[in-house]
Every structure is written in structure tokens, then in C-alpha cells.
Design a protein around this ligand. Structure first.
Ligand code: GLY
Ligand code: MN
Ligand code: MN
Length: 463
């Protein structure tokens, strides 16, 4: 994205500040984090900071006033440190490269911030995200307070910056969508590679066991080979019964013929996440019980896709998926009509939660579980199902608009239990795609990897 995109966002934020009575926004990026002793985790910038700056160096701050004047604080040039840690942009080059109006060494932050906040009505910063930030703001305010006799005004209002930025980030522009489509293509290629490597391995007699971490390596290989910087979240590679553990990570369980493998993995490309889940037979052929459950989850996803369009609500996809899954649970005997009643009873009392206990989707963008209000704030609260078998009074779910991006990810997770047909035990299936809301419905941007059972089998046969 070019620098004009970030300048426009800063001007938009200035407009929000003006509409709120004026003030100054202060935003740090993420800190570097220690992994152990003197080794840090791979650095990842703060998403809000990056959204407004396009800048990925640690130790940086952005200050934006209600006229759109922006000041960056960043690491100064330092030839000695740059030998060890890499080139720094530095404050002299920052205005030309990033389009900010001024830039200073980060060491001068505490000295300059009181001046930048002087005589302003409010200071806005992200609440609850950066430990110590509030006391830092307090410290700057105390410097101003001490100068009041000289006629200098201290901001009288502290505002949370996140609601305004969340609303901006919720609707993706064309540049963002282009990056997200490419992230989706890369992640799809990684899933294809993992499926095909599994099929090839199974056809090679006498090889050492093929384990979950082998497939994780195939995913990582494809992410990096195609230019993605990192996984957007820890890859889930779950063989057999492990797929019933929702937040399982890739471990060392052996992949066994006749079992399924669930992979939930997506890359991060240029600061944007993708999030795909596919479930495939390790040896390339679904068994009959696996296929019955698989086709049910796919039908639920089809219903969720059909429910995702402008004017619909974000939660409609979940309701649509739950209805299809609940009907299927009764038809397959996972639930029993005598015990659990009709489909409407299953839904009202949330009996489906024995096998489907998570939501059907979330916003996705810079963060895999992206920011954005899930409720329609300008509507009155209404009584509605709480999703746990009870009722709750709260605002209705958010109305979808073009440019929002959601995941659609129904699943079924069958653990051994009394009354549950044994042929389904220890089977976990999820199918997840990323959908851009378009004027006419939605566009699935992660479908370069197939979802139909026959298509998955064909692709594994061809491996
Ligand atoms: N991979 C995280 C999720 O599906 O929400
Ligand atoms: Mn997801
Ligand atoms: Mn996922």
C-alpha cells in the first residue's frame, strides 16, 4: 500500500477527533518481547499503529492531532546498532518515506509529548492494550498541570481510541482486499501441498511414520516460499481424535490411514491474516461415516455462505449453519428425536452444542480475530437466544456491509459418549473459508483449495 493510504487514514482519524470535540491521538507500536533470556520472539508490529503508519519498526509512536498533523517518534539512526539489528529508517528520512509531517528520536518522546498535548481538550489512546501507557499519559499531563499558571491548558478528557479505529478497520478498502486475496491464495496453496504430501507419503511403503509436524513443515514451506512473512496464528494440524480439541497445535501424533486430519492454518501477508480449515482423509479416501459427517459440515457451510450478504446480520451465518447441523445430527442419529425433540427443540435448548460448540465466524483482517463491533450499536436491545440454551437481552448482531470480511467455519466434533453411534467417535471436522462481503453477496477468497469431498479425493489421487 502506498503512503497516501496511510495519510488518508490519519486524516480520517483527525476528522473523528474533530467530531468528538477535538484533541490529540497517541499510539505506540508493540514492544519487542523476550522469549527466553536475551532472545526475542519474532517481532510483530501493533496492528492499529501499522494501519495508520505502514511502519514496522519497534520503539515507535505516532501522534496525530485533530487537524491531521502527524508526528512520528522512532529509533534514531545508529551505525553501531544497525550492524547488529538491521537498518533503521530514522527520523530524518521518515517524513519523506511515510508521509508524516514531523519525526523525532523516540528518546525525546517524554520531552515533546507535553508540548503536543498543551492546550488541547482531549487525549485519545488505546485503553487496556499497552501496560503502563495510562501512567505515561498521566505523567505528560502532570508536566502540563505544573505549567497552568503560565496559561497552558491541560487536556480534560481521556478517550479510548479503539472504537473509532475499529470502525475504520472493519471496512476494508481495495488495497487491503488485494492483500487479503493474495494471502488467501498462499494459504490455499499451503493446504494443497499438505494434503498432497500426506497422500504421497501414504503410498510410499516402508517409510518412517508421517506425523503432524511434517504437515506443519509443509505449510510453513509454502507460506515462506510464496512471500508470506509468518503464520497468522499457530497452525493446527490435528490427526484423528486430536481434531476434537479445538485449539490443538501441531504435535507429533502419527497420521494413520483411515483417519482424518484437520488443518487450520493461514499465513500473514504484509500485515493481513488469512484463516483456512480443511479436513481430509490421510490416505486420500473418506470412509462412509467420515463422509456422512463431512457432507453435513459442508452443507452447513453452504448455508452460512448463502446467509452472508449485505443487509444480513453477521450472526445469520451461525443460525443458518446451526439449523443445518441440527437437522443432520437428528438424521444421522447423533441426537435422538425421542430424547432431544424436533430441530427447533435442538436449537432452542442448544443440544447441538454437544457436537458444535463454537461460533461460525469472526471478522478477519490485520488480526485473525479482527477488531470490529459484532453488535449493531444504533439499534435497541432485543431478547434473543444466548446460544447456550437460554435467552439474553442485547443489541442485535451487526448488519453486514460490502468490504467487511468474515470467516465461515462450521464444524462437528464427536467424542465417545453414551448414545452416540460408535462409527462417528473421535471424528472432528471443520471447513473454514474467508468471505468478503460484496454488493451481491460474498466472495470466498480461499477457495483455491477444494472443499467438495470428491475434489479432495481427486487431488490426493493425483498427488
Ligand atoms: N484459526 C483460528 C480460528 O479459526 O478462529
Ligand atoms: Mn477462524
Ligand atoms: Mn481457523
Amino acid at each position: 500500500m502506498d503512503r497516501s493510504t496511510y495519510s488518508r487514514r490519519r486524516m480520517d482519524l483527525a476528522g473523528v477527533l474533530r467530531a468528538g470535540g477535538g484533541g490529540v491521538a497517541v499510539l505506540p507500536t508493540a514492544p519487542e518481547r523476550i522469549r527466553n533470556r536475551d532472545t526475542t520472539y519474532p517481532y510483530r508490529h501493533d496492528s492499529y499503529f501499522y494501519y495508520l503508519s505502514g511502519f514496522t519498526e519497534p520503539d515507535s509512536w505516532l501522534v496525530i492531532d485533530d487537524q491531521g498533523h502527524s508526528t512520528l517518534f522512532c529509533r534514531p539512526k545508529d551505525p553501531e546498532r544497525e550492524i547488529w539489528d538491521g537498518i533503521r529508517l530514522g527520523p530524518d528520512a521518515a517524513p519523506g518515506v511515510l508521509g508524516v509531517d514531523a519525526a523525532f528520536p523516540v528518546e525525546t518522546l517524554d520531552e515533546r509529548l507535553p508540548q503536543l498535548l498543551a492546550n488541547r481538550p482531549a487525549v485519545a489512546f488505546p485503553f487496556g492494550l499497552h501496560p503502563g501507557l495510562e501512567s505515561r499519559v498521566e505523567m505528560w499531563l502532570s508536566v502540563l498541570r505544573a505549567q497552568e499558571r503560565r496559561g497552558i491548558g491541560t487536556p480534560q478528557t481521556l478517550r479510548d481510541l479503539t472504537p473509532a479505529l475499529d470502525e475504520m478497520r472493519l471496512i476494508k478498502d481495495e488495497g487491503e482486499l488485494a492483500v487479503m486475496r493474495q494471502a488467501g491464495r498462499i494459504s490455499a496453496a499451503a493446504h494443497l501441498r499438505a494434503m498432497q504430501s500426506s497422500a504421497r507419503w501414504m503410498r510410499t511403503p516402508g517409510e518412517a511414520p508421517w506425523r503432524e509436524y511434517h504437515l506443519e513443515a509443509e505449510l510453513l514451506h509454502e507460506f515462506r516460499r510464496r512471500g508470506a512473512q509468518a503464520p497468522a496464528y499457530p497452525s493446527i494440524v490435528a490427526a484423528g481424535a486430536n481434531a476434537c480439541v479445538l485449539h490443538y497445535a501441531a504435535g507429533d501424533t502419527e497420521l494413520k490411514p483411515g483417519e482424518l486430519c484437520l488443518i487450520d492454518a493461514g499465513c500473514e501477508l504484509d500485515g493481513y491474516a488469512s484463516d483456512i480449515t480443511r479436513t481430509f482423509p490421510v490416505d486420500g479416501r473418506f470412509t462412509t461415516p467420515q463422509r456422512e459427517l463431512y457432507d453435513l459440515v459442508l452443507a452447513a457451510q453452504d448455508a452460512a455462505v448463502a446467509a452472508t450478504r449485505p443487509g444480513a446480520r453477521q450472526r445469520d451465518a451461525h443460525h443458518a449453519a446451526v439449523r443445518v447441523l441440527s437437522e443432520g445430527m437428528l438424521a444421522l442419529g447423533l441426537l435422538n428425536r425421542d430424547r432431544h425433540g424436533s430441530v427447533d427443540d435442538v436449537i432452542e435448548h442448544a443440544h447441538y452444542r454437544q457436537f458444535y460448540m463454537h461460533g461460525t465466524g469472526h471478522w478477519i483482517g490485520m488480526d485473525v480475530h479482527d477488531v470490529g463491533n459484532y453488535l449493531q450499536d444504533d439499534e435497541a436491545p432485543v431478547e434473543q437466544p444466548d446460544g447456550l440454551g437460554g435467552r439474553v437481552v442485547k443489541k442485535p448482531s451487526r448488519v453486514l456491509q460490502p468490504g467487511m470480511v468474515v470467516t465461515l467455519e462450521p464444524g462437528l466434533y464427536v467424542r465417545p459418549a453414551d448414545g452416540v453411534p460408535e462409527r462417528y467417535w473421535n471424528t472432528g471436522i471443520r471447513i473454514e473459508d474467508d468471505a468478503v462481503v460484496t454488493p451481491g453477496g460474498c466472495e470466498l477468497i480461499t477457495r483455491d483449495v477444494p472443499v467438495q469431498a470428491e475434489a479432495i479425493e481427486a487431488l490426493m489421487r493425483q498427488a
